[in-house]
Design a protein around this ligand. Structure first.
Ligand code: SF4
Length: 331
């Protein structure tokens, strides 16, 4: 299986390459991808250097252009696809139908991958993208159970990629309104959930408070770890008690599913986190390289090395992990 790792800058890209990634995915420094934060991502010149560094070491680079084209914004998104072609990206990851068509027409030699944001969950949808636009791989939405992944993989006639590790997002891919509600911006429109300009931290007598768009979304005790604030992982008062009403801070961690994913025919496992530090990317990449290399051939069982799993847990939100929607006990 292919190991895909995130990079939010050149240092992170080198960390991913040097620690065993088969493929690195990146985005440009603008609204055309769903990890648009200040100081993050690549200028075209930096992206070209990243491609050169990776290709010299036999590693592929994919460019993410997976936010949706906004009214009047076509030239900017088109330019991102063109830049991906010019710098020699191995593939471009797309969600917007118009962009997929454009990439197929203008850059036929550059592979087209269907982003998780496109929410394709049926063999028919996948077949359409392949037949009509030559899409060669789809990233499956993170809302599918393991049984659904297997059923889809049994019928799909293109490569499939799944998320294996990192932050979870409770939205049905591409359809979150929480961030828009508080800030007017969302990953699909300007590429940012909880855009930095809308985040406000304050030390108060009651604790460290964080607001998004002026709305109080969490309050932390003095020594309590605090991650990047998103509305879905905030704590709210519900019927008299304060709790994580939408989702607890936790990370997707699927090492134990690797043999099953491989048997299902999943081609690639993706690590979430272009917004993460180079140190995080390097360490998580190294651990996942080790995990994937341990997968036995055939139907043999596989127990991930407990030391690697313990090391991985250090990098998880709230230091807890979940199989997320992959595991639905009622199915
Ligand atoms: S608010 Fe939460 S569910 Fe919505 S896009 Fe952000 S991380 Fe995902």
């Amino acid at each position: 299986m292919e190991l895909l790792c995130p990079a939010g800058n050149l240092t992170a890209l080198r960390a991913a390459v040097d620690n065993g990634a088969d493929t690195v995915y990146i985005g440009f420094r603008d609204v055309t991808n769903a990890r648009q934060f200040p100081g993050l991502n690549f200028t075209p010149a930096q992206a070209a250097r990243g491609v050169e560094y990776a290709h010299q070491r036999g590693v592929r680079v994919l460019v993410t252009v997976n936010s949706f084209v906004q009214a009047g914004g076509w030239p900017q998104w088109q330019a991102a696809v063109d830049e991906a072609g010019r710098i020699g990206a191995d593939a471009v990851i797309l969600a917007d139908l118009g962009l997929i068509a454009y990439a197929a027409e203008q850059w036929p030699a550059m592979a087209r991958h269907l982003s998780v944001q496109a929410s394709a969950t049926t063999p028919e949808a996948l077949a359409f993208y392949k037949r009509r636009y030559g899409v060669s791989r789809a990233v499956l939405p993170r809302v599918l159970s393991m049984q659904q992944v297997e059923a889809l993989a049994a019928e799909a006639d293109l490569e499939l990629e799944v998320f294996g590790f990192g932050s979870l997002c409770v939205m049905a891919e591409g359809r979150c309104l929480l961030s828009s509600y508080a800030t007017g911006e969302s990953p699909n429109t300007v590429g940012a959930c909880s855009p930095a300009w809308a985040v406000d931290w304050q030390e108060t007598e009651r604790g460290r408070e964080v607001r998004l768009g002026g709305l109080l979304i969490d309050r932390f005790a003095p020594e309590e770890p605090a991650g990047y604030p998103t509305i879905c992982k905030g704590r709210y008062e519900v019927e008299g008690s304060v709790e994580h009403a939408f989702e607890s801070p936790t990370s997707l961690e699927t090492a134990e599913l690797l043999p099953r994913l491989k048997r299902a025919g999943i081609n690639a496992v993706k690590i979430e986190g272009r917004q993460r530090s180079p140190a995080y990317v390097g360490k998580v990449t190294r651990i996942w390289r080790g995990l994937i290399d341990q997968i036995p051939d055939g139907d043999a069982d596989f127990t991930p090395d407990p030391e690697q799993i313990a090391a991985l847990r250090e990098f998880c939100e709230g230091t807890t992990t979940t199989l997320g929607p992959y595991e639905r006990k009622w199915q």
